[in-house]
Write a protein that binds this ligand. Structure first.
Ligand code: UT7
Length: 331
């Protein structure tokens, strides 16, 4: 019997309406469009405005659109996995909130927290449930409202992040879909990229709030270096162990944290930029949503049988690469 793969049979993204431009950031912190564009490639990012709106608001729109587009009834879904570092609440998991809102009643749901690598961790996890034969329809969604943990007085981080969500449907296929994953982590990276308070080590207190410990902290340079070496290493390894050369790969789909990181990884993996998905200029770094938002934006250019390498790096440190075969032609 041939092996069952988890094929992506649909993708849908969602970004909120409000666009925060580099020009507007110039009025908020000591920065300028030229610095942001040349150092990061980001021109604008979308921000979810309004009281009591969490990451689920965006994920629900993405999942609703995905169900519609793939002609799937909510009751057919057996599992929902949500990758996020900005859950609506610490519990219940955001995946439960999403499922309830879209009428998914026959599934179990859970979140995965692996920062910017979250979508890849969730995709590999979801793919195992399909490959094992346990489930026939699984939704994997990456959603982050980064604006909820960004300090808009810190110019080193506030220019980087945006809000968004993207979701994919996974279904069994004998020919297409997920083929291989490499995932890694290094807990020593905690010191360079973290959100110090709000967990059990430092629960929220007046002191944690006034000292800004609920915001993202990042020491950019060591993260940049580790991101470049981590992603280029796993991309090369996943290609080698599947006997792939750059000519076999249709698209490299990298996490969108910095245009310079993407260029360097592509160069180190000897991969031409024309076949690298890039949308960082429009959305910034949306953490767990960057990769599904790329697939959504490039969906019309993807063809059945295209070989894709997805790669990401994020807080933890966490990183990884996935090799998959795209399962459908543009509509
Ligand atoms: O997705 C999760 C993983 N995260 C990442 O992959 C992000 C990795 N890191 C990066 O992308 C880059 O390190 C940053 C974009 C965060 C920073 O770029 P950089 O080229 O590493 O700049 P830097 O931190 O070394 O700062 C260079 C200078 C500094 O000034 P001095 O000390 O040289 O006078 C900063 O104070 O740029 C200054 N600077 C800014 N200037 C204008 C930092 N942020 C800004 C800003 N506007 N927004």
């Amino acid at each position: 019997m041939s092996k069952i793969h988890a094929a992506i049979t649909g993708v849908q993204g969602y970004v909120p309406d409000y666009v925060l431009t580099n020009k507007e950031l110039e009025t908020m912190v000591d920065t300028n469009d030229e610095w942001i564009t040349t150092r990061t490639g980001i021109q604008e990012r979308h921000i979810l405005k309004g009281k009591d709106k969490g990451s689920s608001v965006m994920a629900i729109e993405a999942v609703k659109g995905l169900l519609e587009k793939t002609n799937t009834k909510p009751e057919e879904i057996e599992l929902v996995i949500c990758a996020t570092v900005t859950p609506d609440m610490l519990f219940p998991d955001t995946a439960n909130i999403i499922a309830h809102a879209v009428g998914i009643k026959e599934a179990y749901c859970f979140d995965i927290s692996a920062a910017c690598s979250g979508f890849l961790y969730a995709l590999t996890t979801g793919a195992q449930f399909i490959a094992s034969g346990m489930h026939k329809k699984v939704i994997v969604v990456g959603a982050d409202k980064m604006s909820s943990i960004v300090d808009y007085q810190d110019r080193t981080t506030c220019i980087l992040f945006g809000d968004g969500a993207g979701a994919v449907m996974l279904e069994p296929s004998e020919e297409y879909g997920h083929i291989d994953s490499i995932h890694q982590c290094d807990g020593a990276g905690e010191q360079y990229l973290n959100q110090k308070a709000g967990g059990s080590r430092r629960p929220a207190s007046i002191e944690t709030v006034t000292s800004g410990q609920h915001f993202i902290y990042q020491n950019g340079r060591p993260v940049f270096k580790a991101a470049v070496s981590g992603m280029s290493d796993v991309v090369k390894r996943v290609m080698e162990r599947n006997d792939l050369t750059k000519d076999d790969i249709s698209w490299l789909v990298p996490h969108q944290a910095n245009h310079r990181i993407i260029e360097t990884v592509a160069r180190m993996a000897d991969f031409p930029m024309e076949r690298v998905m890039i949308n960082i200029h429009r959305y910034g770094n949306t953490t767990a949503a960057t990769i599904p938002l790329c697939l959504w934006d490039y969906e019309k250019q993807l063809k059945k049988g295209d070989n894709l390498i997805l790669t990401a790096f994020g807080g933890g440190f966490t990183w990884g690469a996935i090799y998959l075969k795209w399962a459908y032609d543009p509509a």
